[in-house]
Design a binder for this molecule. Structure first.
Ligand SMILES: C[S@@+](CC[C@H](N)C(=O)[O-])C[C@H]1O[C@@H](n2cnc3c(N)ncnc32)[C@H](O)[C@@H]1O
Length: 233
């Protein structure tokens, strides 16, 4: 590697409790190929390799969650914990910024490695409630009395899973335009399910989809929304 670039990378001291995992070889490879100092700095803290197919989504989700002041964030499908890290930090940092107590990142993952992610989050004092379970088993009692600002749907993208997750969790998503369902792979495997929930008359959304990187959709729950709103009310 170009020594100047290496020297720059050496200055990026990660906020990571586990020294073994300080260097993320895939990150270095990625940035060597596609230099992007702003992103390198934004990405230097996470405890896992960046998800190089959806490089931007971690920071994008962080800033989105910060922009809306999200308190309770649910992620379905955590994999290596890449986006999980950003979402959990957003919940924590919103709590600090707005003096809110009880902010929480909730994660649901079928694989036991989610418990390793939990261990990392605990070390970093990131507020988390991580369950090793299938999203198919979520009931209204699973997250009793929790109302979510964001649900990030990134688990099993088959139609039945996507539809069932939304059927169960729609009542627990904030209304009045304040709750967001973010779906990945909507121009890929999640297309059928997400198309169905967008058009289901039981739900009231405004939404946007982008096609790039398998597609992402942001659906905003509009139940109880009053037109004529200004940002101050
Ligand atoms: C695309 S990956 C998640 C990537 C992660 N959100 C990120 O961007 O870093 C999908 C994950 O969903 C998990 N998964 C699959 N089916 C699931 C289900 N029914 N419930 C919960 N998690 C599931 C898989 O084990 C896998 O880790």
């Amino acid at each position: 590697m170009d020594p100047e670039r290496q020297a720059f990378l050496d200055t990026l001291v990660p906020y990571c409790p586990n020294k073994k995992e300080i260097w993320h070889p895939l990150d270095i490879e990625y940035f060597k190929e596609y230099p992007a100092p702003v992103m390198e700095n934004a990405q230097r803290m996470h405890y896992t390799n960046l998800n190089s197919t959806i490089t931007f989504f971690g920071p994008m989700l962080y800033y989105f969650a910060r922009a809306i002041g999200a308190e309770h964030i649910l992620e379905i499908g955590m994999a290596e914990g890449y986006t999980s890290f950003y979402l959990a930090n957003a919940a924590k940092d919103n709590g600090t910024r707005y003096g809110m107590a009880g902010n929480m990142y909730y994660g649901v993952e079928i694989l036991g490695k989610a418990l390793d992610i939990k261990e990392q989050m605990d070390k970093l004092e990131l507020p988390n409630d991580i369950r090793v379970m299938s999203s198919a088993d979520i009931t209204p009692e699973t997250f009793d009395n929790v109302t979510f600002d964001i649900i990030f749907q990134d688990g099993n993208h088959e139609r039945d899973y996507v539809v069932k997750e939304v059927e169960t969790l729609y009542p627990q998503l904030k209304g009045e335009g304040k709750g967001f369902l973010i779906c990945h792979d909507v121009y890929g495997p999640a297309e059928d399910g997400v198309h169905e929930i967008i058009n289901d008359p039981r739900y009231n959304w405004e939404y946007i989809r982008i096609c790039e990187i398998y597609g992402i959709a942001i659906l905003r729950k509009m139940d109880g929304y009053k037109e004529g709103k200004r940002w101050t009310n």
